[in-house]
Design a protein around this ligand. Structure first.
Ligand code: NAP
Length: 345
């Protein structure tokens, strides 16, 4: 049943959150989104159908104490997506870990103070499950990333610590609300706003000659619209619980490049050289030392291995059936051209 109380969505300006806001408005909810600048900076949110009557944007920063008290006041549900999603930052502790972890604790504290919150849905990541594929292992919600640190995959570290902090809060403080966590893999799809998301940027890089060749690497992809749907179901389905690994099909870089070539994008600087054999993997690992730190670590821990994961829990318990990822990738590229992130060719 739709409540007349607002649903709080933190980081409403984000790639994923904008779709969560759109879908909540579509379903008739009132929405209170938190943003960092004043409301007029977000016309793509203010112009969503239903926004004029039912969307309120309030300012809040993850690094400010008690910043979310007002935002969660009177809410049954809080969807916490805000967290810095960046790689190769200057100061991993200050730029990633502090906002991710302190922000999560601060929001949960605000929810507890408010007294009325029934459920918090938290956007975690595959990053909190693992930061590297392991031969023949199939990852599930039972797995935790124990390898990342400030030095090794600091973004993945920030997500792991933030999700841990959220579960610890529930265990230790025993609040009146429960916690449901969504762990998406690489989120792609068209964007409601003008920013270029870090994951879509990887596809742009593949199309603009950033990669010297086709590497032996695969990724789990999930469309942003499915990720938003998963958040709404995690919120409204009373039986939802625990973590949900949220990813559609995995795709090898070779198949991704072939898809782009056969979908009308062959004029872009797509990688041609096949570096997906053993010698290519060795070369990529050597070249990784010439890359920015996080990119280099990523290549050394991911190239030459195959990611395997099981998305059965989210399909079974939340009833999600994932969109065709090929269609989603094509729409991502078309959308990047539309926003001017990629030139027309
Ligand atoms: P995004 O577009 O960069 O959104 C991040 C959001 O967090 C933005 O609204 C941003 O606000 C906000 N934020 C960052 N630092 C903040 C701070 N100090 N105080 C308040 N808000 C802050 O990225 P996204 O992909 O939608 O990510 C949303 C969530 O999904 C994140 O938790 C991310 O870790 C997770 N996730 C993303 C992917 C993916 O592939 N995209 C995969 C797995 C998990 P501004 O607009 O003001 O910068």
């Amino acid at each position: 049943m739709i409540t007349s109380k607002p649903v709080c969505v933190t980081g409403a300006s984000g790639f994923i959150a904008a779709y969560i806001v759109r879908d909540l408005l579509r379903e008739g909810y009132r929405v209170r989104g938190t943003v960092r600048k004043s409301a007029e900076n977000y016309p793509f949110l203010l112009n969503l159908p239903g926004a004029e009557e039912r969307l309120e944007l309030v300012k809040a920063d993850l690094l400010q104490a008690n910043a979310y008290d007002r935002a969660v006041e009177g809410c049954d549900y809080v969807i916490h997506t805000a967290s810095p999603y960046e790689i190769n930052v200057k100061n991993p502790q200050e730029d990633l870990v502090d906002p991710a972890v302190n922000g999560t604790e601060s929001i949960l504290q605000s929810c507890m103070k408010s007294g009325g919150v029934k459920r918090v849905v938290f956007t975690s990541s595959i990053a909190a499950i693992t930061d590297e594929p392991e031969s023949s292992k199939v990852f599930t919600e039972k797995d935790w990333n124990t390898m990342s640190s400030l030095d090794r995959h600091p973004y993945q570290y920030s997500k792991t610590l933030a999700e841990r902090a959220a579960w610890d809060f529930i265990m230790q403080k025993k609040p009146a609300f429960d916690l449901v966590v969504i762990n998406p893999f690489m989120v792609v799809g068209p964007s409601l706003g003008p920013s270029l998301n870090t994951t879509n940027q990887i596809i742009r890089d593949i199309m603009t000659g950033v990669y010297p060749g086709i590497m032996d690497i695969n990724w789990g992809f999930v469309d942003v619209r499915d990720v938003a749907k998963a958040h709404l179901l995690a919120m409204s389905n009373g039986a939802a619980s625990g973590r949900y690994l949220c990813s559609g099909d995995a795709m090898h870089m070779r198949d991704l490049v072939a898809l782009l070539k056969s979908s009308g994008f062959r004029k872009y600087a797509l990688p041609k050289l096949d570096l997906s054999g053993k010698a290519g993997t060795l070369l990529m690992k050597l070249l990784s030392f010439t890359q920015p730190k996080d990119t280099g670590t990523y290549i050394r821990t991911n190239v030459g291995r195959t990611f395997r994961y099981d998305n059965a829990k989210i399909r079974r318990e939340l009833g999600i059936s994932f969109m065709d990822i090929k269609q989603s990738i094509i729409e991502t590229v078309e959308d990047m051209v539309k926003w001017g992130h990629l030139p027309k060719r």
